[in-house]
Design a protein around this ligand. Structure first.
Ligand SMILES: [Fe+2]
Ligand SMILES: [Fe+2]
Length: 204
C-alpha cells in the first residue's frame, strides 16, 4: 500500500473545523494499518508543526554564530550581511528572507547546505527565489572553486535556465560580497518579524 505524506498545499485547503482535533492522536502501528480517518486527523496537524518552524529557524540562525569555518566573519554575520545588503539595495521582503536564510544549512549539511534552505523556503517563495537559494552554491563556486581544483564554471550547466542571471546577480551583489568584517549589518532581531511573517501559517 502506497502512502503519501500530507503536503502543505493539501493542508491549506482544509477548513478550520478540521483543526479542532489537533491534539488527537492516531493509534496504528504501521502505515499499512492506517485508514482514511487516521489521515484526516494527521493531515491538518502539519499546520501546527509549521507554526513552530519560525522559532526553530531563528534558533538555527543564532547557532550560526558558533561557527566561522575559517571565513573572516562568522556564519551568522555572513547571513545578516547578505540580507542587509539586499535590503539596502531595495530588494523586496521575500528576496531579503531568502538572502537571510540561504546558508542556514551550513552547520547541518556542510556538503550540501543550499538544499536545507531551499527546502525550508520552497512552499513560501517564488520559483526564481527557490532556484536562487537551491543553486547558489554552484554559482558561488565561480569565485573560488578553481582554487580547490574544482570547476569554477560549473554554473554553466544552468546557463539556459530563466533564473541564471537572477542567481548570478544574487551571488555577485550580495553573497560573495558579504564577508566584510567592517560592514555594519542589521541584527537578527531586525529580521525576526520577517521570518515569522513568511514561515508562520495564517490562523485557520
Ligand atoms: Fe552558501
Ligand atoms: Fe552565503
Amino acid at each position: 500500500m502506497t502512502q503519501t505524506e500530507p503536503t502543505i498545499d493539501a493542508v491549506q485547503t482544509l477548513d478550520a473545523g478540521t483543526m479542532a482535533g489537533a491534539h488527537v492522536r492516531t493509534k496504528f502501528a504501521s502505515f499499512e494499518e492506517s485508514t482514511a480517518e487516521d489521515w484526516a486527523i494527521i493531515a491538518p496537524q502539519i499546520r501546527h508543526t509549521q507554526a513552530m518552524v519560525a522559532d526553530r529557524v531563528i534558533d538555527l540562525m543564532r547557532d550560526l554564530k558558533t561557527d566561522h569555518g575559517g571565513f573572516p566573519v562568522d556564519r551568522l554575520e555572513h547571513s545578516l550581511q547578505t540580507a542587509t545588503r539586499a535590503e539596502r539595495a531595495g530588494r523586496d521582503d521575500e528576496y531579503v528572507l531568502c538572502a537571510l536564510l540561504h546558508d542556514i544549512g551550513d552547520t547541518l549539511s556542510p556538503y550540501d547546505h543550499p538544499s536545507i534552505a531551499a527546502g525550508i523556503l520552497k512552499p513560501f517563495v517564488s520559483e526564481a527565489n527557490h532556484f536562487m537559494v537551491a543553486n547558489h552554491g554552484v554559482f558561488q563556486g565561480y569565485y573560488f572553486w578553481d582554487y580547490l581544483g574544482m570547476d569554477g564554471n560549473a554554473r554553466e550547466q544552468f546557463r539556459d535556465s530563466p533564473h541564471f542571471d537572477y542567481t548570478e546577480e544574487f551571488c555577485h551583489e550580495y553573497d560573495q560580497t558579504a564577508f566584510d568584517a567592517s560592514y555594519t549589518s542589521n541584527p537578527l532581531e531586525h529580521y525576526e518579524p520577517l521570518i515569522r511573517q513568511f514561515l508562520t501559517p495564517d490562523p485557520a
